[in-house]
Design a protein around this ligand. Structure first.
Ligand SMILES: *[C@@H]1O[C@H](CO)[C@@H](O)[C@H](O)[C@H]1NC(C)=O
Ligand SMILES: *[C@@H]1O[C@H](CO)[C@@H](O)[C@H](O)[C@H]1NC(C)=O
Ligand SMILES: *[C@@H]1O[C@H](CO)[C@@H](O)[C@H](O)[C@H]1NC(C)=O
Length: 202
């Protein structure tokens, strides 16, 4: 009897967990933007509650992008493209974080050279015709940037991340769970990730 009750609790806990995980994966279509910013497509990314919004311009191979992810104000979020493989190392990333004293949101751009990257503010591995800016609103960071899609290809290996801060610095993210699942090949034309179709036109 006690055993059955126990397993019922476990099942309930598991159901609640999967429910909250699903709820955390916010529907990108409900995303709101400041006046002057709108995007044709969006994708609710599978982990970290993040969403990607974009408008692709076939005439010049650029994409206007907004990456949004919930995070505490002291933490950081990042989005990027890996032109070599699927994964962290080699990715060109944009990292948004908040200055501890002024509260200003800054974007650092860097190429992750290893699993312990130097995080030097540097050029990305592709052109950024409109430099990035970021905001922190309603418990989420949003990074806005226009990128020239590498090799003028509409399918890219994308990565994203969220991690803690430490006295104004960018501290390492967790190395388990959702933090190691945050990558996917994304088709900017269709809006589909390779292997599934979790994106919609907003
Ligand atoms: C790319 O094309 C779009 C739409 O034609 C235009 O709005 C945008 O300014 C262009 N971007 C660049 C970097 O030329
Ligand atoms: C990118 O590819 C599109 C076709 O998909 C082409 O029309 C466009 O000229 C290319 N742009 C560049 C910058 O190579
Ligand atoms: C990185 O460099 C750019 C361009 O100089 C600057 O606008 C940005 O604020 C810098 N980011 C950080 C985090 O220092």
């Amino acid at each position: 009897m006690a055993r059955r009750g126990h397993s019922a609790w476990l099942q309930l806990a598991a159901a609640l967990l999967s429910f909250t995980a699903a709820a955390a994966a916010a529907d990108c279509r409900s995303g709101k933007f400041p006046p002057g910013r709108s995007f044709q497509r969006c994708s609710s990314l599978p982990v970290l509650g993040a969403s990607l919004y974009w408008t692709y311009h076939p005439a010049n191979g650029t994409a206007d992008i907004a990456f949004r992810a919930p995070q505490s104000s002291g933490g950081w979020v990042a989005w990027g493209i890996n032109t070599q493989s699927v994964g962290m190392v080699g990715s060109s990333v944009l990292i948004a974080s908040q200055d501890g004293s002024s509260g200003a949101v800054a974007v650092l751009t860097t190429v992750l050279e290893s699993y312990s990257p130097s995080l030097r503010n540097a050029s990305l591995g592709f052109d950024v015709p409109v430099p990035p800016v970021a905001e922190y609103v309603g418990g989420a960071y949003t990074i806005y940037v226009t990128v020239a899609l590498p090799m003028n290809s509409t399918v890219q290996n994308t990565v994203w991340q969220a991690g803690p801060g430490s006295t104004g610095a960018i501290a390492p993210h967790a190395t388990s769970g959702q933090n190691v699942q945050s990558m996917q090949r994304l088709a900017f034309l269709s809006g589909h990730s390779t292997g599934d179709s979790n994106s919609r036109i907003p």
